[in-house]
Design a binder for this molecule. Structure first.
Ligand code: PEP
Ligand code: CO
Length: 446
């Protein structure tokens, strides 16, 4: 029991980005209910996931995390979840085939229901209401009833996460993720060059599978896959009730997901988020933007990974294409100097936001890829393993990001712009990205 830690120490510190709930009694009842709910993930799974992250940090695997910027309750349907899972599985195949590295698959899924915002309120045509903070807090529709935070949404976030995770688990153990189904994952998507290139790889994999079958190999690893889930650990009123201490070991786990990350806006060293997440066993990610200093990195390591535990800490770089080559090297130097071995992951989305002339929040596919290139360059210069990719994507044919081989332009954004927060790569752009990243990985390992 030596590990027993005070999980509530964060309450003395400033917690940014929390909703203003109108009714504290209602909130307390919801927190009570949540704290009696079964965990969504189990401690043993989290430890196993940590061992996988340790492999990636040591240069022997690659982490792929993909999913919505903000999941929504209405989009947690079988079709949409399946398309997202298929997209991640396809990208993983492309990356694995190209690089010969195992790819750890993870969704930004089953818990990504809370968002940090720049402003507390939003004003439209003279009416000011609370800003949308994710479906776990309030509704996207711009009216008073929808925008006032409602704690019942925390329960709905839990239930929606549970049903999403259940389907993911069913897919991955029930034959859907069987490598012999590589062709199946490509079905239902519109024909395009990326799909065709994927078909070529799938045909190669098919041949290899048949060869192995002929040799009598029938390994469980080929029939099922691990698919982990992670989200930003933003809301204390959700994460704290779902944090459980193992009575046997005295260790605490956030049980709302395998992987929890701290966002760029809540990574203050003296803030509540870093404090709270320093008390749990889960692998923790921290987003690092261009304002992060070497000292920040030293202190984040001391706070979140004082024992230099393999797999414990992941740094997610999100600098922007124009800044990454200038801003990332000193942070990687810091991890080298601290003799820490975090996993370094590139999030090439969040530093590349633009607003188009016709008023859409978007990102250019080319900027996203330019940031990935910069990430690989910096990793090479500093002798760091480029350990993973963190992407906002959907399996549907939305038009939210500009460019890609379809050359989506500003006018196209009007056709199918569905995200409630940040623009996502569509299925085709995601697959194209996987091919380009695979190429970077191959060159890196050459
Ligand atoms: C996000 O991942 O959606 C996000 C808000 O990112 P960041 O913390 O890097 O800005
Ligand atoms: Co986002």
């Amino acid at each position: 029991m030596s590990d027993l830690k005070d999980l509530d120490s964060f309450q003395k510190l400033e917690a940014l980005q929390q909703p203003t709930w109108p009714d504290q009694d209602h909130l307390e009842r919801v927190k009570q209910t949540l704290s009696a709910m079964p965990p969504l993930v189990f401690a043993g799974e989290v430890d196993y996931f940590k061992s996988k992250i340790a492999e990636a940090a040591a240069g022997r695997a690659f982490l792929l995390q993909g999913g919505d910027c903000a999941e929504t309750f209405v989009d947690a349907t079988a079709d949409r979840i399946r398309n997202r899972v298929k997209t991640v599985l396809q990208m993983a195949v492309v990356l694995m085939y190209g690089s010969s590295l195992p790819v750890i698959k993870m969704g930004r899924m089953a818990g990504q229901f809370a968002k940090p915002r720049s402003n507390d309120t939003e004003t439209r045509e003279g009416i000011t209401l609370p800003a949308y903070r994710g479906d776990a807090v309030n509704g996207f529709d711009f009216n008073e009833e929808s925008r006032v935070p409602n704690p019942d949404r925390l329960l709905k976030a839990y239930n929606t996460s549970a049903s999403t995770l259940n389907l993911i688990r069913a897919f991955n153990s029930g034959g859907f993720a069987d490598l012999r189904a590589v062709h199946e994952w490509n079905k239902g998507f519109m024909d395009n060059p990326a799909n065709a290139a994927y078909e070529n790889i799938a045909a190669d994999i098919d041949r290899a599978m048949k060869f192995m079958e002929a040799c009598g190999v029938d390994s469980a690893e080929l029939r099922t896959t691990d698919f982990f889930v992670g989200h930003e650990g933003l809301l204390f009123d959700y994460e704290r009730p779902l944090t459980r201490t193992d009575s046997r070991t005295g260790k605490s786990y956030v049980t709302s997901g395998h992987f929890i990350w701290i966002g760029e806006r809540t990574r203050q060293l003296d803030g509540a988020h870093v404090e709270f997440l320093s008390k749990v066993e889960n692998p923790i990610g921290v987003k690092l933007g261009p304002t992060a200093t070497k000292e920040d990195v030293f202190q984040l390591i001391e706070k979140l990974d004082p024992n230099r535990e393999p797999g414990k800490l992941t740094f997610i770089s999100r600098m922007g294409a124009a800044k990454i080559r200038d801003e990332l090297p000193r942070l990687m130097e810091a991890t080298n100097e601290a003799e820490a071995l975090p996993l370094w992951v590139s999030d090439p989305m969040h530093g590349n936001g633009i607003t188009t002339a016709n008023g859409y929040k978007s990102r250019r596919f080319d900027d996203v890829m330019e940031e990935v290139k910069g990430f690989f360059e910096v990793c090479r210069a500093l002798g760091v393993h480029p350990g993973g990719l963190h992407v906002e994507l959907t399996g549907d044919d939305v038009t939210e990001c500009l460019g890609g081989s379809d050359d989506i332009d500003e006018a196209d954004l009007e056709q199918r712009y569905e995200t409630v927060v940040d623009p996502r790569l569509n299925h085709k752009q995601s697959l194209e990205m996987a091919f380009l990243v695979a190429e970077e990985l191959v060159n890196f390992r050459r």
